[in-house]
Design a protein around this ligand. Structure first.
Ligand SMILES: [Zn+2]
Length: 253
């Protein structure tokens, strides 16, 4: 099988056996790729610290017959986001990005827009984008790029524009509904006040770095956090541990 090469982010890396690492990558050209980096634990010569969380590397690997585990040949460091993670809260938010990316990335098929999303959000954080808008940006666009974000501009039932005063997310219907269509507060339904709809439009209409200057309000971002958490759970049927870690880190401060 031919050697493959792609730019990639390290999403996960954990030790296997005495000497090796099992590493999950989000590649630019081939979506999610998992593989074994032989000797990555024993000798740091070959991989160095290039397998740190969210390192951007030039990955070279062989696909292997009969398994979806690739053999990692090399991972040359292109850009590190390691020092960004020295701050515990920022590190916890970046770990959330990695876990969400691992859950949503298409396996071994092109997912380049998702790769570019992760890169743009990481760079915006480095340039000063606050953590809450960064996290909401990454979550909303993760859902959008994978075709599972309900419309936050028009009612999911009647198609009318959602009113500026706000709407509600109907969990059973999986849609944001206008006041006329919404049944009112059902179990698990979420309010989407006007500020949240405005924050969503700000997120969906510009690059993440634009939110460094024009920061959406906390009142707009908080309902989007609840919406993303609900959708993540309903779509993946699991809780992301990294969000529990983030809550614990914030509780300590
Ligand atoms: Zn409606």
């Amino acid at each position: 099988m031919p050697l493959k090469e792609s730019e990639a982010f390290v999403l996960r890396s954990h030790p296997i056996g005495e000497a090796d690492r099992l590493v999950t990558f989000l590649t630019r050209g081939a979506g999610k790729v998992r593989g074994v980096a032989k000797g990555a634990r024993r000798s740091r010569r070959r991989f160095g610290s290039n397998l740190e969380l969210l390192s951007r590397v030039r990955l070279s690997y062989f696909e292997r017959e009969g398994t979806d585990l690739a053999r990692i040949e090399g991972a040359e460091l292109l850009e590190s986001f390691f020092t960004l993670q020295e701050d515990p809260e920022r590190g916890a938010v970046l770990a959330c990005f990695a876990e969400v990316a691992d859950a949503f990335a298409r396996e071994q098929q092109e997912d380049e827009a998702f790769f570019r999303l992760l890169h743009a959000v990481l760079r915006a954080v480095r340039e000063g984008l606050a953590l809450d808008p960064a996290a909401r940006y990454f979550e909303i666009w993760t859902l959008k790029l994978h075709g599972v974000l309900p419309s936050l501009a028009t009612c999911g039932r009647c198609g009318a524009a959602l009113p500026a005063r706000g709407a509600g997310y109907d969990r059973r219907e999986g849609a944001a509904l206008c006041g006329r269509c919404g049944r009112g507060a059902g179990a698990g339904d979420l309010p989407l006040p006007g500020a949240a709809l405005a924050a969503a439009q700000a997120i969906l209409s510009q690059p993440p770095a634009a939110l460094i200057q024009a920061v959406p309000t906390a009142a707009g971002l908080a309902p989007l956090a609840a919406l993303a958490a609900t959708l993540f759970f309903d779509l993946t049927e699991r809780r992301f541990k990294s969000y529990d870690v983030l809550r614990a880190v914030r509780g300590r401060e």
